[in-house]
Write a protein that binds this ligand. Structure first.
Ligand SMILES: Nc1ncnc2c1ncn2[C@@H]1O[C@H](COP(=O)(O)OP(=O)(O)OP(=O)(O)O)[C@@H](O)[C@H]1O
Ligand SMILES: [Mg+2]
Length: 510
């Protein structure tokens, strides 16, 4: 299906004149055998401006994946690649890295002693290491490439042509350092973990690479992922640029493998169809993201940034205990090996009827649970609290351990989802005051609400994200009725009926 232009170039090419497609079809052919790589060939031809290598069938693939009719007339500086799982994203990205590092001359744009960097970034260094392993695999197979490696490091390669290939984790911001990027590969960006500083780290980090990409004219930024919810860099770019001739930017969205009854482009037609079928049977919404590369429509943010911001009291980090107030507490225990152990305390302001968040405590793993219980119990006592409500799925041990320190632990009658849904009207109607904690804000706004047909909504953290702090806070905001001995069934009933907006309950208890 590809039109080969080799016949027009009978002279042997120097390595620096070789196109990425020539490499794919010659010395690296054993990696890319068979028609299952055809769609990737079209993409690489578009990315590197090899338009004479795209035939009519290739143009049709291009149209379906980009929504564009015309091939780009300008060099592509940013490729946003939304492709299903096991579609070949990482291997092709590694191959692009190999090409840019070994076969493109960047020296004209570098200062003496400066190196051109090929950055490999993923959610963590282990993930980014997959890209490096692919690259090292390519290099090992060709003696001439091995000869160009001056240093092989655990997290990179240094080449004699002035290029360094470097693995980074997605917590690394480029903006602060001055260096030149020849290529930035950002893998699985839809799953980069939010942190205290950013609820959308992919947006922040992808943006921070821009200055470093500006020195080398041929520099490319490659942002890759299977899709997830409708937020973040790839979703934004898909909205803004898919189907549009945005100069310098190409958005390519394609399934890895499709079910037989949904025809269309497949980036990896060799992927086992039974695996895909089983995934659809287990969870069709997740499978259509994973394999058909559709952003998930069943997932929404629950708390909006604006609603949270309206409840946050700027500069209020913690409120000291007052003898005249009655406090309520909620804890989300953890055994200490992976999740955080968190606790939050609240009270109702009699003058405004608002639920006020007084304190949030988090102990991150690893820790001794006994020690944390002791520490939290002391804090509870300082607020005059002798009972705490806690996650109902926690094992028996929190009940016993808190009791040792004179605190009774009531398992929450509400699930985590129910707590978030019950806290929502409080936040949306501005009937609570939150502490100034970027981490709390970040955790709340990255929560995902999943609507299921006919079933109840569920709320949980996004993949890779955490919600231990948010969980304790939602519990503390909603814990009020238990402590004032209102029947939880009332909260549950209102939560069930109108999870979004019903605040009658709060009017009543206040
Ligand atoms: N188009 C293809 N034709 C044949 N084999 C393929 C194709 N795409 C991927 N593969 C094979 O599938 C495996 C996964 O490839 P790769 O890691 O590049 O996929 P990915 O899209 O990054 O997957 P993930 O979503 O799991 O990160 C590799 O062994 C690769 O060789
Ligand atoms: Mg991958």
């Amino acid at each position: 299906m590809m039109t080969m232009s080799n016949s027009k170039n009978p002279k042997p090419k120097s390595p620096l004149e070789t196109t990425i497609l020539d490499l794919m079809d010659t010395i690296f052919a054993r990696w890319f055998r068979g028609p299952s790589w055809d769609c990737w060939r079209v993409l690489l031809a578009v990315l590197f401006g090899l338009h004479d290598r795209i035939d009519a069938h290739g143009i049709e693939i291009y149209r379906q994946c980009t929504g564009r009719d015309q091939l780009p007339t300008e060099r592509i500086k940013r490729l946003d690649l939304i492709v299903g799982r096991r579609g070949g994203k990482s291997l092709i990205a590694a191959f692009v890295a190999l090409f840019v590092a070994f076969f493109v001359d960047h020296t004209a744009y570098l200062q003496p002693g400066e190196r051109a960097v090929v950055s490999l970034m993923a959610a963590d260094k282990v993930q980014a290491g997959i890209l490096l392993r692919y690259i090292k695999g390519f290099v090992k197979s060709i003696a001439a490439l091995r000869a160009l490696v001056v240093r092989e490091l655990r997290e990179g390669l240094e080449l004699s042509n002035g290029v360094s290939i470097e693995v980074r984790s997605a917590s690394f911001k480029m903006g602060a350092r001055g260096f030149s990027l020849a290529l930035a590969i950002n893998d699985e960006v839809c799953f980069w973990e939010s942190d205290e500083t950013s609820a959308e780290p992919d947006v922040a980090i992808i943006g921070s690479q821009r200055p470093a990409l500006a020195t080398i004219p041929s520099a490319i930024q490659l942002n890759i992922s299977s899709p997830h919810s409708r937020r973040g860099h790839l979703w934004n770019s898909y909205q803004q640029n898919w189907g549009k001739d945005t100069p310098g930017i190409l958005v390519w969205k394609a399934a890895s493998r499709r079910l037989p009854d949904s025809p269309g482009v497949e980036m990896n037609s060799s992927l086992d169809i039974e695996t895909v079928r089983a995934a659809y049977e287990a969870d069709s919404a997740a499978a259509s993201a994973d394999f058909a590369a559709e952003f998930r429509v069943d997932l929404e943010s629950i708390f909006s940034r604006e609603a949270i911001a309206a409840c946050v009291i700027a500069g209020r980090f913690e409120l000291p205990p007052s003898k005249t107030l009655q406090y309520f507490a909620f804890t989300d225990p953890s055994g200490g090996s992976s999740d955080s152990f968190t606790m939050a305390i609240s009270h109702v302001d009699a003058a405004t009827s608002r639920v006020v968040l007084d304190l949030v405590r988090e102990r991150r793993a690893k820790f001794s649970p006994d020690e944390v219980v002791k520490e939290f119990a002391a804090v509870l006592k300082s607020y005059g609290i002798d009972r705490v409500v806690g996650d109902r799925y926690a094992a028996e041990w929190p009940v016993e351990r808190f009791l040792v320190h004179g605190i009774s632990y009531d398992p929450s009658p509400m699930t985590k989802s129910e707590l978030y849904l019950a806290a929502l009207p409080l936040v949306n109607s501005g009937r609570c005051e939150l502490l100034d904690s970027p981490q709390l804000t970040s955790q709340l706004i990255t929560l995902e609400r999943r609507t299921s047909r006919g079933g109840r909504d569920s709320v949980d953290h996004a993949p890779g994200a955490h919600d231990d702090v948010a969980n304790a806070v939602a519990g503390a905001l909603v814990a009020v009725p238990l402590a004032v001995r209102e029947p939880w069934s009332e909260v549950l009933r209102f939560g069930e009926n109108k999870p979004d907006g019903d605040s009658r309950f709060w009017h009543r208890i206040n």
